[in-house]
Design a protein around this ligand. Structure first.
Ligand code: COA
Ligand code: NAD
Length: 706
């Protein structure tokens, strides 16, 4: 190979009468322009070579093809397009076989569907996940899949974006053969040679006939349309998917393809596509922190948990689910019994639903032990403290941990707000202490803030990231401050919501506006779900340090004083009749709000939903900018991932910082300056926001600089 030559991403080699076409484009064989060119050249070569009787397409490495190259979306298209490549493969006059291992996703499956025969080995995962990126399959997937497996199965696949294992793919008719071994190339060569020997014909998916029963197919389309209107009303691409699949029924193949292309390009241009693709890359980029580059994680094969309350039990389940043995420490035997019961309750729920057998539950619980003595932690690799949110209690726990734990054990605190530098200073080994901030319920929520105090060793931080992977959670690196990334920003936009409530918007209108923006719940519903007492306790703790000049809305306190803590007490901002999970507006709460407005001398004014969201988002983005400015978050994308995974931020908007870029930072700053005319203490523009607007730059520019 000549110096500077681009390595060949598609190579061909003749094996007897089969042309073996191998795609080798690390890391995941995405279909970038060189691969597309290589595939067309390979088909041309097969046509031209009289000794070739069949073509076999395989992927090198772990995957077949992970899909179109996502980095190319939104950039000027380069020829040949993927639909052209698919067409070229399907039109080949010699049988083309795809042999699949690992991912055959999106464009990867569309390539396989354009081949004439498909084989998959056990590692294969087939799917059309474009919907998760705000797209529709754009290279024949919406036309070929229904013709091959029927509209119902095709819609299920394309609307969910789920990955199908080979056995199911065979049942669906998505593949023709299940490979017995693990080597897709060897299996594929055997299959191709068999086909040649049998003089198997070219068999084009465009001519497949799974759509013959028109009535059933129509019913499937209408059902999907009704379901999508109900469940995905704020999303753009699902309805386009249905429109395209319907065309497979009503239009000739080529016209269907043309419509698919048109709809695909509409999706490419949509802001939702940009938001979802930002989320895709951001959730991978968060894994790159200075410590993960600099240090190797310490081995973690066992785990200790201090405290068996809400969080301790949830964290224990997360650890058990990841296969780790867990030792729980509690204050006394009754508390320990309660902690164990909390853990068992989760597994009992699964057994009840038929998702776990009693035997499997017993096997999991066999890895769980409890003790009231810290000495039980002597050999543990990692300990997570989840006791009361009280500095004195935490310090006492860490002093004990310093005494009993083996050297090299990682000592983590799950504190929500407390100063982890101070906690670390209470042990003899601050280099081993970090924050692992789980979210409730800890066995379900995907976010894990890895909080990095000043004296921690890099390998301890790297261990936090490695643990997140083991727990199948998304880690975000955060610096020490009151509330870290998520709760610190939450505290600010929650205040903005409280201000609006006192100024005239009802909590019900605010919740509705926030839901219409795309959140599953509004802030007052969340408060009722989490329990109003938690926020109340935090407010009381912070009362002494609150700036007396800062605006303080007392409505939440009035509600809590009545013992109305939300769902668990049957009422909070909403009324929950007989244990209902969704509440109804409460006239008594409205009366409390009115009284508080009067007490504060406020004449209520109307708010539009648009103004509510402008204020809510401006508060969130401004504090997000402060968090980045102070290096609490490494980049704006870390704030985005925190909110996507821990706070229900609508994924199609990419996260608050990405959203701010789409609105325009100068607009966000202008809003803040306008709001500051009423309350200049609360609405102080972040220095980073001001600087970016002055430079004409956006948050995305800071994502790229690392
Ligand atoms: N285009 C461009 N880059 C891609 C890609 C694609 N279709 N799919 C994955 N990558 C990149 C990732 O960004 C990552 O890059 P990084 O190492 O620089 O962060 C790298 O490939 C490895 O991906 P990762 O997800 O970390 O690997 P994995 O082994 O856990 O998972 C897949 C592999 C293929 C299952 C997963 O990457 C995936 O689902 N990809 C998207 C598939 C898709 O949506 N295809 C349809 C596109 S239309
Ligand atoms: P909780 O009151 O439900 O549980 C605390 C448990 O710790 C109790 O079971 C108590 O018996 C035990 N405990 C207290 N002192 C102890 C000691 N010295 N040794 C052993 N056990 C002791 O509280 P929680 O909601 O689980 O919160 C625990 C921690 O997690 C707090 O720091 C909190 O801020 C943090 N956190 C809570 C949430 C949440 O949503 N609840 C979310 C993230 C983080």
């Amino acid at each position: 190979m000549a110096l500077n030559a681009v390595p060949e991403v598609v190579t061909t080699e003749r094996r007897h009468s089969v042309l073996l076409v191998s795609i080798d484009n690390p890391p995941v064989n995405a279909l970038s322009v060189d691969v597309r060119r290589g595939l067309v050249a390979a088909i041309d070569a097969a046509e031209a070579d009289g000794a070739v009787a069949a073509v076999l397409i395989v992927g090198a490495g772990r995957n077949f093809i992970a899909g179109a190259d996502i980095r190319e979306f939104g950039k000027p298209p380069q020829s040949p397009s993927l639909p052209e490549v698919c067409h070229r493969i399907e039109a080949c006059s010699k049988p083309v076989v795809a042999a699949i291992q690992g991912a055959a996703l999106g464009g990867g499956l569309e390539i396989a569907l354009s081949a004439h025969y498909r084989l998959a080995v056990t590692s294969a995962r087939l799917g059309l996940p474009e919907v998760q990126l705000g797209l529709i399959p754009g290279s024949g997937g919406t036309q070929r899949a229904p013709r091959l497996i029927g509209a119902k199965a095709a819609l299920d696949l394309i609307l969910s974006g789920r990955h199908v294992a080979p056995k199911e793919a065979l049942t669906l008719g998505l593949i023709d053969r299940l490979g017995e071994g693990t080597d897709a190339m060897a299996e594929g060569l055997n299959y191709a040679q068999e086909l040649v020997a049998a003089r198997a014909p070219v068999r084009r998916t465009r001519d497949a006939n799974a759509l013959t029963d028109q009535e059933t197919q129509r019913a499937a389309i209408e059902a999907a349309r009704a379901d999508t209107a109900r469940k995905s009303r704020s999303l753009f691409s699902p309805m386009k998917i249905i429109e395209a699949v319907e065309a497979a029924l009503t239009l000739p193949f080529d016209e269907g393809l043309a419509l698919e292309r048109k709809l695909f390009l509409q999706c490419i241009d949509s802001p939702q596509r940009a938001g979802l693709i930002h989320a895709f890359f951001a959730e991978r980029e968060v894994l790159n922190a200075p410590e993960t580059k600099a240090a190797k994680p310490r081995p973690v094969n066992s785990c200790g948990i201090i405290g068996g309350g809400t969080m301790g039990a949830g964290i224990a389940v997360a650890m058990l689910d990841a296969g780790l043995p867990v030792t729980m420490i509690e204050r006394d035997e009754p508390s320990l019994a309660r902690g164990r019961a909390h853990v068992e309750k989760v597994y009992d729920g699964l057994v009840k639903k038929g998702r776990l057998t009693p035997g499997a539950k017993a096997a999991v619980m066999a890895r769980f032990t409890g003790s009231t003595s810290y000495d039980a932690l002597a050999q543990t690799d990692l300990v997570v403290e989840a006791v009361f949110e009280d500095m004195a209690v935490k310090k006492a726990v860490f002093a004990e941990l310093g005494r009993v734990c083996k050297m090299g054990a990682v000592l983590a605190t799950n504190t929500s707000y407390l100063d982890i530098d101070e906690i670390a200073a209470s042990t003899s080994r601050p280099g081993d202490v970090l924050g692992l901030h789980f979210f409730s319920p800890a066995n379900i929520m995907k976010l894990l803030e890895i909080v990095v105090p000043a004296k921690v060793n890099a390998d301890v931080v790297a261990t936090g990231f490695e643990l997140a992977k083991k727990l199948k959670k998304t880690p975000v690196r955060a610096g020490v401050c009151d509330g870290f990334i998520g709760n610190r920003i939450l505290a600010v936009y929650r205040q903005a919501a409280d201000h609006m409530m006192e100024d005239g918007a009802s909590p019900y209108q605010i919740d509705q506006a926030v839901r219409d923006f795309g959140y599953p719940m509004g802030p007052f519903e969340v408060s009722d779900l989490a329990g109003g007492d938690i926020g109340w306790a935090t407010r009381k703790r912070k009362a002494a340090t609150r700036d007396p000049k800062a605006r303080y809305v007392q409505i939440a306190d009035r509600i809590c004083e009545r013992g109305w803590f939300g769902q668990k007490t049957g009422r909070g901002y909403y009324l929950y009749v007989e244990g209902a999970r969704t509440g109804t507006p409460d006239p008594e709460v409205t009366a409390i709000i009115d009284a508080e407005r009067q007490r504060a001398g406020i004449t209520p004014r109307p708010f539009s939903d648009e103004e509510i969201m402008r204020r809510y988002m401006a508060a969130m983005v401004n504090e997000g900018a402060n968090v980045v400015h102070q290096r609490i978050a490494l980049r704006p994308l870390d704030v985005d991932v925190t909110f996507l995974y821990g706070y229900g931020f609508p994924r199609h908007r990419g996260g608050p910082m990405h959203y701010a870029d789409t609105v325009g930072l100068s607009q966000v700053l202008a809003d803040i300056r306008e709001f500051a005319r009423e309350d200049s203490l609360f609405w102080q523009p972040s220095p980073l926001l001001v600087e970016l607007v002055e430079r004409g730059a956006n948050f995305a520019s800071l994502n790229q600089s690392e």
